[in-house]
Design a binder for this molecule. Sequence first.
Ligand SMILES: NC(=O)C1=CN([C@@H]2O[C@H](COP(=O)(O)OP(=O)(O)OC[C@H]3O[C@@H](n4cnc5c(N)ncnc54)[C@H](OP(=O)(O)O)[C@@H]3O)[C@@H](O)[C@H]2O)C=CC1
Ligand SMILES: C=C(O[C@H]1[C@H](O)[C@@H](CO)O[C@H](OP(=O)(O)OP(=O)(O)OC[C@H]2O[C@@H](n3ccc(=O)[nH]c3=O)[C@H](O)[C@@H]2O)[C@@H]1NC(C)=O)C(=O)O
Length: 350
Amino acid sequence: MDNIEEKIVFNNENTNNDPKTAVNSLIDKGINIRLNEEMSQHCTYKVGGPADYFYLVDNLENLKDVLEWAKEFDVDVTVIGLGSNLLISDKGIRGLVIAFAENFSRIGFLRALPSPDFDGLISAQENLIESADLLEIEDSDEDVYIYSEAGAPLKELSKFATNNSMTGLEYSCGIPGSVGGGVYMNAGAYGRMTADTCVQTYYLSPELELKVASGEEQEFAYRESIFHKEHGIILASIFKVNKGEQDLINSMVADLTNRRNASQPLEYPSCGSVFKRPEGYFAGKLIMDSGLKGFRVGGAEVSEKHAGFIVNVDNAKATDVLAVIKHVQETVKKDHGVDLETEVRIIGEW
Ligand SMILES: NC(=O)C1=CN([C@@H]2O[C@H](COP(=O)(O)OP(=O)(O)OC[C@H]3O[C@@H](n4cnc5c(N)ncnc54)[C@H](OP(=O)(O)O)[C@@H]3O)[C@@H](O)[C@H]2O)C=CC1
Ligand SMILES: C=C(O[C@H]1[C@H](O)[C@@H](CO)O[C@H](OP(=O)(O)OP(=O)(O)OC[C@H]2O[C@@H](n3ccc(=O)[nH]c3=O)[C@H](O)[C@@H]2O)[C@@H]1NC(C)=O)C(=O)O
């Protein structure tokens, strides 16, 4: 973890104390910072009020400028991906939201694992290869590296690998989050997780130093990673895959898609699983056994199809979802003596 490659130097020339006035100079430079952005359009729950400032990451230079501005004016920063694991308050988010999505989402093959430093990141970005055909891979033992920026959807990363006959990322074909969110949370499904393939991650520390965590330095555990402890902003990761049989890959993707469609209420806005798996139990089964399927507050309801999901069935407010969460936790504790810990990240001003 001591691969600190570049410290971003602060420019403290600004004599103006008002972040709103100062943000205009960033906007004048062409950096797309929006004011009072409705966050319901940036999360899969479709709930949540406005963020004071909203910046969709496009490149490292602009990101650096925006973070310097936030640091200088003591503006709180919240980092999000595709908003698939968030419950955002109805009052919204004070300060700046940085979102990794379509504008910072390149994916490509690399000829080798790039060096764990700033030069490695830049060289990876400049040498992306579009198709596995150009790599001339001989056999399935050969390691193949895929670079992905934080804003790429996990589904696109999975599709890129599987369309190129690469195996290892099939499990993420239906996961609605971003690569950055997936690495941060060590996203997983059907017995596989990000930790299985993610070999290197480039991120910014809270001090705005570029850092790199390789292999076990990423400290992946169930829905955990080093980036929680470090409060790191994930920029890009490298995944190691292998050449596989296209027919087998296709049938695995079809099977996982069918299983997900059969068991999860994908027809409604949600955050996926609301609770982590408590050790020795399944959250959904405990909630179902407590008779809570269909329990509703306002427009939020425990799913009839999968009790581990709380779905937005009718213009729910964030407070509706939170009220259902609290009732579920209290009931399961009373009935089964089990504490349900939320997996969803509850953010904003409550
Ligand atoms: N298995 C499944 O079916 C499902 C899985 N999920 C998983 O939930 C996760 C949500 O991903 P996504 O929607 O993109 O994330 P979100 O936008 O939901 O953000 C969730 C949290 O991840 C952290 N985060 C997101 N992007 C970054 C980044 N670039 N750098 C640092 N931290 C980041 C932030 O944590 P903090 O607030 O602490 O800064 C944020 O609050 C993924 O792992 C996704 O796979 C979600 C739904 C279903
Ligand atoms: C959806 C998410 O990820 C999901 C991932 O898609 C699935 C599939 O692998 O496994 C986890 O769900 P899960 O723990 O609910 O697993 P499931 O396989 O759906 O269910 C576990 C068990 O509970 C039972 N179950 C589930 C729901 C229900 O209403 N009743 C019930 O009895 C199922 O029959 C099964 O025997 C992940 N969630 C967590 C918190 O680990 C997410 O992270 O947001």
